[in-house]
Write a protein that binds this ligand. Structure first.
Ligand SMILES: [Zn+2]
Ligand SMILES: [Zn+2]
Length: 253
């Protein structure tokens, strides 16, 4: 069973271009069996999840959340919990970690090293269930050290899309050893590492061609002493692209 655990729908993530419907239909087209909506600091209402599952059965839709840490700005994925406190509280990692453990949820570090060359949350003492190694927001030049980090902490890796656009959905995914009966079983499978990361080579190639064009433009802008705001004004694209190139990172995946 192929599942993408990191997807943003525009109903709850203002930064996303694609609706739930567009994501789900694209996911089905690309051969996925399930997705998890992980919107920024927003849960998907349980009734709505139920409706979506009825509408698109046998395709599976789960609800998670991506939470920004109030002190470090890093993003943490949580799956398997529906408590409103997840979206209401301004979390620091250690508190969130304890909460998720207490309630038997799943916790993963999203896109490590995105804008910095270090990880600021205390993952050495509070080891997450997984660390994302692949997504549209993780350059492949960071893969090696992410793999080393997960190896050192003896935790799992994840491959997701972090799709903000339905053409990206399932570009990386996780292939589970078997189909979980419910969300609880999904969490158990993930925690046990009973999956393999997969990807779609053709779409990665297309994605990278576009990113290469963007990076070339950003490098030209930097040479002209232009700013991230100039880049956004000029292209309508997200300033995060500019920041990463400005710090010498590549966005190729
Ligand atoms: Zn976003
Ligand atoms: Zn995300």
């Amino acid at each position: 069973m192929k599942i993408d655990l990191h997807v943003h729908a525009k109903e709850r993530s203002s930064c996303s271009m694609a609706s739930e419907k567009e994501h789900i239909e694209a996911a089905i087209k690309y051969g996925l069996d399930a997705i998890v909506f992980t919107d920024h600091d927003k849960l998907v209402p349980i009734d709505h999840i139920r409706e979506l599952n009825e509408m698109y059965s046998p395709f599976k839709i789960y609800g998670g959340i991506e939470i920004r840490m109030r002190d470090t700005g890093e993003d943490i994925l949580v799956i398997g919990l529906q408590d409103k406190i997840l979206e209401e509280k301004k979390w620091v990692y250690t508190e969130l970690y304890k909460f998720v453990r207490e309630h038997e949820g799943y916790i993963a570090l999203a896109h490590p090293y995105r804008y910095e060359n270090k990880i600021k949350v205390k993952i050495e003492e509070y080891i997450p269930d997984a660390i994302e190694i692949h997504s549209t927001n993780i350059g492949k030049d960071d893969s090696e050290r992410i793999e080393r980090l997960a190896g050192r902490l003896n935790t799992n890796l994840l491959g997701n899309s972090d799709a903000h656009n339905c053409v990206d959905i399932g570009i990386f995914y996780n292939e589970l050893e078997y189909e979980p009966k419910n969300e609880k079983e999904l969490v158990k499978l993930l925690k046990d590492g009973k999956y393999k990361i997969g990807c779609c080579e053709d779409r990665i190639k297309v994605f990278n061609e576009e990113k290469k064009r963007r990076e070339t433009l950003i490098k030209e802008l930097i040479a002209e002493r232009k700013t991230r705001e100039d880049y956004h004004k000029l292209t309508g694209n997200w300033e995060g692209d500019f920041d990463r190139v400005a710090m010498g990172k590549s966005y190729l995946i």
